[in-house]
Design a protein around this ligand. Structure first.
Ligand code: ZN
Length: 86
């Protein structure tokens, strides 16, 4: 039988879906009986989701910055091209 301490060790793998079927089942059985661990998993899942949202927002900002750079480069390149046509 899985103990609370064991569950805490594998909780993040459980949330990421990286446990074996057997481990998954014992976590689920433990969660059915243990309110403390249900709360723990719930909190952990919520903060994991929050981190993911935060990470993807940072990626978006990075992407937008790169696009801005490309646009600025393209505009700069076009400007010097037309300068050369004089
Ligand atoms: Zn427990």
């Amino acid at each position: 039988m899985l103990m609370c301490r064991d569950l805490a060790d594998i909780a993040s793998d459980y949330i990421d879906g990286e446990l074996t079927n057997r481990q998954n089942l014992s976590v689920k059985m433990h969660l059915m009986m243990c309110k403390h661990c249900r709360t723990f998993i719930g909190n952990l899942r919520a903060s994991t989701d929050l981190l993911k949202v935060h990470a993807s927002r940072q990626e978006n900002e990075e992407l937008i910055r790169k696009i801005d750079e490309r646009v600025a480069e393209a505009l700069g390149a076009r400007k010097s091209e037309s300068d050369g046509c004089k």
